[in-house]
Structure formats: C-alpha cells, structure tokens
Write a protein that binds this ligand. Structure first.
Ligand code: URA
Length: 215
C-alpha cells in the first residue's frame, strides 16, 4: 500500500493484480461486459485489503474433532454504501466478500456547477456499524465529501467510515481531505488532474456510462 505525503488520509492499493485490472478498465476498447466484470473483481481485491484491520472476536464452536475458540469478525457489523450510480458496480464486489453486509444507497448527481445534488438517502441503522462508502471516481471530491457528510450527520464517527474508490484526482482528494481529514480514502490510482469538464485525466472516462453501457 502506497501513501502520498500531500494527503495523509489517502492510501493507494498498488497490488499488481489491482493495477493490472485497472489498466484494462482504462483501455477505451474494453467492452461494457468486461468493464463490469473487472470492476467487480478489482473491488473484491481492494475490499480484501481494506478489511484487513477489522477487529476479530472469538466464538466457541465444535469441529468434528474437538471444541475450540475460533475467530470471527467482531461486534460492529458492516454496511456497504454505493454512491449512485457507478458505486453500484463496486458494491457487488464487496458483497461477494461480505455477503451478509447491509447495503445503503446515497444518490447524488452533478449540477452544472459540479456541485452534488442529493436525490436519495437510504441507510441501515448506524449503531455500532462500520460503513464502506464506494464510488469509482473521486473527481472534484464534492460527491465523496457529501456522502461522508450524510453519514457524519447521522452520528457515524469518522473512524467507522472508509471510502473506497478506483481513481482519484489530486483536486478531489484535497477537497475530501479538507472536509474529512479523519476518514481513510482508499484508491487504486491517484491520477494527474481534472480536465475543464471535471473528468479525471488520464482516468477511464465516465464510469457510470462504461459500467451500464449508456451515453
Ligand atoms: N466521473 C466519472 O465517471 N469519470 C470522471 O473522470 C469524473 C467523474
């Protein structure tokens, strides 16, 4: 896992399998079907890395041979919250990893000034839960910061929130870090910059369109 001295809350997951799959996702000739499969696979690999620190408790079980105390994920339950719509492509991969997780949804769209407009919030109860917010692209950072605002406003502590993205622009990471310095942001790549339409360069284009085959 790589870090960047400019952004203390940013973690770049540089595992070779993650980087390899991301290259195929960036490639403009990759089909919708393959893009969707790769997003699910890459999220599963990233999810494996980011859940590394989940606390374990011990449960009494019996194997066919003997009783034993065996490790299980402790206390706090997980909730996966995709930011609509492209985040859906990531929640599927996370659910492969933790099938019993609760799933919330936060819907925002970008207005002409690039600011997020919220149109849907549906969340499980927040008590004692760790939340994984997911959205493939952190471009301006406004939607990511807004999604985290929604959880914080409901009383979820920053230490119980992780944000998982695929590609981020420095501009967006900076906006997110200013608003939520204590929420960890995990990405597969930190790209160069935003273009004049707030798309990430080199990026991978419009993640939602590539995922759902829309224009
Ligand atoms: N959203 C996308 O899907 N792609 C970008 O490059 C920026 C925002």
């Amino acid at each position: 896992m790589k870090t960047d001295p400019r952004f203390p809350n940013l973690f770049i997951l540089d595992h070779p399998l993650i980087q390899h799959k991301l290259t195929h996702m960036r490639d403009r000739t990759t089909s919708t079907r393959t893009f969707r499969e790769l997003l699910r696979e890459i999220t599963l690999l990233m999810g494996y890395e980011i859940t590394r620190d989940l606390p374990l408790a011990s449960r009494a079980i019996e194997t066919p041979m003997t009783p034993m105390q065996a490790p299980v994920i402790a206390g706090r339950k997980l909730a996966i919250v995709p930011v609509l719509r492209a985040g859906i492509g990531m929640s599927d991969g996370l659910l492969d990893l933790v099938p019993s997780a609760r799933v919330g949804h936060i819907g925002v769209y970008r207005a002409a000034d690039q600011r997020p407009v919220e149109y849907l919030v549906k969340l499980p109860d927040v008590e004692e839960r760790v939340f994984i917010l997911c959205d493939p692209m952190v471009a301006t950072g406004y939607s990511a910061a807004h999604a985290a605002d929604v959880l914080v406003a409901r009383g979820v502590p920053a230490s119980h929130i992780l944000f998982l993205a695929l590609v981020a622009a420095p501009e967006g990471v900076s906006v997110f870090a200013q608003k939520h310095p204590n929420i960890k942001l995990y990405v597969a790549a930190l790209d160069e910059r935003l273009d004049e339409h707030a798309y990430i360069v080199p990026g991978l284009g419009d993640a939602g369109d590539r995922l759902f085959g829309t224009k």
